[in-house]
Design a protein around this ligand. Sequence first.
Ligand code: GCB
Length: 826
Amino acid sequence: MKNFPFFILFFSLTLFAQKTELKTWQFSSEKNPEVKQVNLPHTWNAEDAFDDEPGYWRGNGTYSKTIQIKDSSKVYYLHFNGANQEAKVFVNNKLAGEHQGGYTAFQVPVSSALKPGENKIRVELSNAHDETIPPLDADFTFYGGIYRKVWLVEENKVHFKKEAGTDAVKINPVMDENFNAKVQLSGGIENPEGEKLILKISLQNPEGKEVYSREENVAETLSTNFAVEHPALWSPAVPDLYNIRIAILNDASEQLDVYEHKIGFRKFKASAEGFQLNGEELKLIGVNRHQDWKGLGNAVPVEKQLQDMVNIKKMGANFLRLAHYPQDQEIYRAADSLGLILWSEIPVVNKVPVAEDYEAYEKNVLQMQREHIAQHYNNSSFIFIGYMNEIFIRMVFDNAEGEGKKAIIDHTLKLARKLENLTRELAPKHITVMAIHGNQIYNETGITSLPMVLGWNLYYGWYEGGIQDLGGFLDSEHKKFPKRPIIISEYGVGADARLHSNNPEKFDFTEEYQLLYHQGYLEQVLERDFVIGMTAWNFADFGSEFRGDAMPHINQKGLVNFDRSPKNIYYWYKAMLRPDEKFSRIYRDVPVHIDFSAEKELKIISNQQVIIKLNGIKTAEKKPEGGIVEVKLKLQEGSNSIEVLNRKNELEDQLDLVWQKPDFSAHDWLGINFGTNSYFMDNQCRQWIPASALEQLKISEGAKSIKSSTNIRNTEDDPLFQKGLSEVKNVEIEVPEGKYNVQLLFTNFGKDKALAYELNKKNADEETSEGGLKILLNGEMLEVKPMKEFHFNKKSLQINTESKIKIEATEETVFSISGISLKKIN
Ligand code: GCB
């Protein structure tokens, strides 16, 4: 008898839905017809979206597998959490269902196609461009594949209806002014034989104690409500969740299906006076998130993705925009339990088609929004619902005019109205929102008056203007539309942990410019109540195949890197947003201070007073200003130990920093980078210094900076080649007598720009076709072969010299140069 309760447990569990994860599949594609075994999550673009070849493969892939069916009295569905982007599902070679769109879940009823024993499942999936499926155009990579989980779901004949990719159960916890709640439940039940059914509803409080339970008769429609007096509230500070359990029983009291979900009680309101949660003001501060990951594309195991959620919360965020598409269901669950308010949206980005594809596009988009809302409605964190991002940007960039422009505006407005109405109809208690780019076309067309809250994606200090232009712009918008609540839905700059500068400037991709920018934005937003929130672009670096930032194919505006290692800025936000958790961390910039001056301006990211010790001796005690402590340290040549302690004398952080002069007294190698103020760490961990840091270097007058933001092929050290000096006649570097290996680095910046080694304009082309550049290195002629666009060329020579290395153009010419490295041989 001892085992009896366990038997009961097992027995009752097997009565309702069983989910079997279908992990292993056979895969082939049009591009690679050879069949191989893959495990989900899977994408076929994890590599080619990052290689040197432009573009990534977009086409058809086929997944197949066999499954065993034992019990033909059951009802079966195939549940896909996400497959990008057009799927056809076949069971035993018969089409069982189709789905358009890569970011929402879908379920295919398969019972009628299945037979007892072995069954063949095949999924034909395409990520080829299709004008009827969003996104059509966007700054992220549309990796193809079944990149989320798939289950075979086995149900009793009686079960909760499946609709829009989920169980058709809607839970609405409505709060009154006194913070009493009414939980409204609605939904549908499949009851093909009209059985007599009982619904058993129960609610457990956050401590797990049952606080409500009721049984009632039900047929096919679930529609009921019950009151909860003064429930514990859900908020980012205390995300208390109740558990609701709805069981369908037959008249023998056997459970036929169970729906269980965690719900939070919260009351929210957005106005130009601010965002209110549970009657209190809450400034929404957080990040945007893309779902992909270094080396994995979009096929990221859920456990890994959840680390993002924890780290976003740890940073002190209370708000998260899931840009630009619905993400895995587990992300919403994590937001519920961690206490992150979500803005979630569908990927209607950059443009709407206007030609014959519009109708089909509209149909797909509306269906996508239905699925999006149905699948996440019961998540308490799901509060802001979005449906368009920068929808006029393509029109603006393409300079559309006249009839063409009118057609775009008309179609876009038509779709926006439909989406706004649909969203309000399906989620009348939620907040609708749209993100737009910094252009008045949105106000002029009236599209901005549709959503309840307007999101501005603003990049003052990056794509345009200066960091301090933000405030003025916000004020002028507020003056024009004083009732409109605004969110800065995006703001950010590219930053690469390999690049550092003492004089940060726009578009240099240094972490120092990133810090300046975010400091400026946070300050300007905190001063303005009508700005109800802000989400930094982006939590992490992400894949965008066509980009040529300092790391090609990657948008580098993340607070953390593509592999999720934090940049300095992540800690800075934590210092600003988490006064409750004291910490201090030395700002990491260059690993070796290469300068004539022993003085190092050290930054410490901190939210508490700190003591700084240099080589064991206390040198400063300081309070942070805006999350940063700055100290000047006089380093000794060679290694220096820096320690940071809190006021209790506990060590918070420690760093060894080497100081070397930029000459050959301490080095046998020097790398000089032209056309930039930044220090750069190459893929062999060597630090290149800007030419301006070298007193022993002379460049002929009239040289100009030249740069390109593109993928310089065949190198991982793009920043070294993306900048240079053009119109150089000669470069001289004083060195001690000796033997050197001199390496000269040249870039061909491509046709649209002058050639990097820009021979004087008149005979540039001739020279190139004749075999490239001829220059003199300490009098010896060096020929540099012509190269393809956006490739670099390297030329090395060993020389003996008494005091000087001189690179000069041959008569009448000038050249461009990206870098010089010198290696002392003895
Ligand atoms: C935007 C877009 C986003 C881009 C971002 C950028 O405004 O909404 O998709 O990635 O700018 O980095 O340029």
